[in-house]
Design a protein around this ligand. Structure first.
Ligand code: SAH
Ligand code: SF4
Length: 378
């Protein structure tokens, strides 16, 4: 397992220049002010640079054409602004677009653009791989690579937004941390990345959702932030024993304590909680589980997403039958809980969590990375 890298550094290079997207907007402004002052440049240059970065999604200083060439070169010497290489872009017949990014050290990370009605949601990754080892998840089976840095998270947003612009598509309206990795196990990078997306790129906090498998300290940290970021809990079972079979982390952060932490999150005011429930045939879709799920969701005012299991290479499990999914939906509805059945998106391009990377690893390395240990300390 790779050593944890600094949230601001790159996992691979010794480049001393700070990446501008790894700085909080206030910090970035300050650093640019110092830089421009040291070069005897007028202060409006700072606004020009931030405008290029957050508004025009610039990926190189060369693009900043209203700055003198000497200033662009000086910026290049002082800071980084680049982005990972695009390894693959896959387009699904249903409009879903999946990017696989290749980090400078070769790690592969994916993000997915999902159009639905008047929304265009970007699903981004917080880690290369994941150490949580959930039994139904392709990323879990692929094992842990390393933490992503702040800029590696934020550039997924910037590159996706640019790709949409270049392809004449509508802009991103929502961001969910539901790609590879457990965002609340990489809080050092995810917290600043949330700030950069919100304050820098101007994406409303209520349009950003962090999905967690249940890292309680992370839920508490998110609850005390003043912004109203949404939280999705990957529940997958309303009973502890079954949940522990699907999610090793359940043993460390058991369901009753998790629900207590969610109550605190809800009481922090005005925040959305969603339950994710991946429905696996004859595993977690017994009819008697539905009222228990409904009760937990009702108590927290949570919205429930019922997601038919997307089969993965190392598992012979199947998605629940439609009548079972409908039974869950109806039970939730009758209990006054809002719920939606999420049709699998982008199946033809392996857009389920971790699948494109899993396939690419097989192609590149001949086999997936060895599975991570099941005990995770966060
Ligand atoms: N680690 C975080 C976020 C990434 S996983 C979390 O677990 O919440 C994003 C979502 O995809 C989770 O709800 C996860 O349970 C779901 N998921 C993973 N593998 C899946 C599969 N094979 N089929 C359907 N959903 C899956
Ligand atoms: Fe990690 Fe989430 Fe997959 Fe579990 S479901 S292994 S926490 S990415």
């Amino acid at each position: 397992m790779a050593a944890e890298n600094s949230p601001r550094g790159k996992g691979d290079t010794a480049d001393p220049r700070p990446h501008l997207l790894a700085l909080l907007p206030d910090e970035m402004e300050l650093r640019l002010q110092e830089h421009m002052a040291a070069r005897g440049q007028p202060t409006y240059r700072v606004g020009q640079v931030t405008e290029w970065i957050y508004r025009h999604l610039a990926t190189s200083f060369d693009e900043m054409t209203n700055l003198p060439v000497a200033e662009r070169e000086a910026l290049e010497r002082a800071f980084r602004i680049g982005q990972p290489e695009t390894h693959t872009v896959s387009r699904s017949a249903d409009g879903t677009v999946k990017h696989l990014w290749r980090m400078a050290d070769g790690e592969l990370v994916e993000s997915v653009l999902i159009p639905a009605g008047d929304r265009l949601t970007l699903c981004l990754s917080s880690q290369a791989g994941c150490a949580m080892g959930c039994t139904f998840c392709a990323t879990g089976w692929g094992g842990f690579g390393r933490q992503l840095t702040i800029d590696e998270i934020v550039t997924q947003y910037r590159s996706s937004a640019r790709w949409l612009e270049e392809n004449g598509r509508e802009p991103i309206t929502n961001v969910v941390f539901m790609g590879m990795g457990e965002p609340l196990a990489n809080r050092k990078a995810v917290h600043p990345a949330l700030t950069v997306l919100n304050q820098g790129f101007g994406l409303g906090a209520r349009r950003i959702t962090v999905s967690t498998v249940g890292v309680i300290p992370g839920i508490r940290e998110l609850a005390v932030r003043p912004e109203q970021f949404g939280l999705a809990l990957s529940l997958h079972s309303p009973v502890e024993e079954l949940r522990a079979q699907l999610i090793p982390l359940e043993k460390r952060y058991p369901l009753p304590r998790l629900l207590e932490a969610l109550r605190e999150f809800r009481d922090a005011g005005g925040r959305r909680i969603t339950f994710e429930y991946t429905m696996i045939r004859d595993v977690n879709d017994a009819p008697e589980l539905a009222p228990l799920l409904a009760e937990q969701a009702r108590e927290l005012g949570a919205f429930v997403n019922l997601i038919p299991f997307n089969p993965i290479p190392d598992q012979d499990w199947l998605p629940s039958r439609p009548d079972r999914i409908e039974h869950f939906r109806r039970t939730l509805d009758e209990a006054g809980v809002s719920a939606a059945v999420r049709e699998p998106r982008g199946r033809d391009i392996d857009a389920a969590c971790g699948q494109l990377r899993a396939n690419a690893l097989v192609q590149i390395e001949g086999r997936p990375r060895p599975r991570a240990g099941r005990t995770v300390v966060t």
